[in-house]
Ligand binder design. Structure first.
Ligand SMILES: [Zn+2]
Ligand SMILES: [Zn+2]
Length: 135
């Protein structure tokens, strides 16, 4: 059984063709991807609504999480290197627009956000130039 199938099974989701396809894209990409990229990359023909349903099922099961927002669109990834109290920040290059997971950095949630605030997820986006664009 491959990794995509075992992830679905562990999370109690049926391994439909669409779910397997999308999950394999996430595993292969190794970086955060947006819904429109998923549709462009998928070998199966997946319409917007089915990609949306697959992403929602994955989000509910905790298989993926929202890495950050790109304008009005969420970008998703596997929470590979994230723990209960920390996640990695993302780096957005203003030269080429590429976004990279900074897995060597950890962002900790420490301290209290204040009375009445419920923290759900942190999305830290660092902007600058990637190695290619800065040389
Ligand atoms: Zn760049
Ligand atoms: Zn990431």
């Amino acid at each position: 059984m491959d990794r995509a199938q075992s992830i679905l099974r562990e999370n109690g989701l049926k391994a439909t063709k669409g779910r397997l396809e999308v999950l394999k894209l996430f595993i292969g990409a190794g970086r955060p991807i947006a819904q429109k990229e998923i549709m462009a990359m998928a070998r199966l023909k997946l319409d917007r609504a089915s990609v949306y349903r697959v992403l929602n099922a994955f989000l509910e099961a905790g298989i993926i999480h929202k890495a950050y927002m790109d304008g009005r669109h969420a970008v998703f990834e596997l929470p590979d290197s994230c723990g209960e109290d920390h996640c990695h920040p993302h780096f957005s290059c203003r030269g080429c627009g590429a976004t990279t997971c900074l897995k060597g950095m950890k962002v900790y949630s420490e301290g209290s956000p204040g009375k009445g605030f419920t923290m759900e997820r942190q999305k830290v986006l660092i902007e600058g130039l990637c190695p290619r664009c800065s040389s």
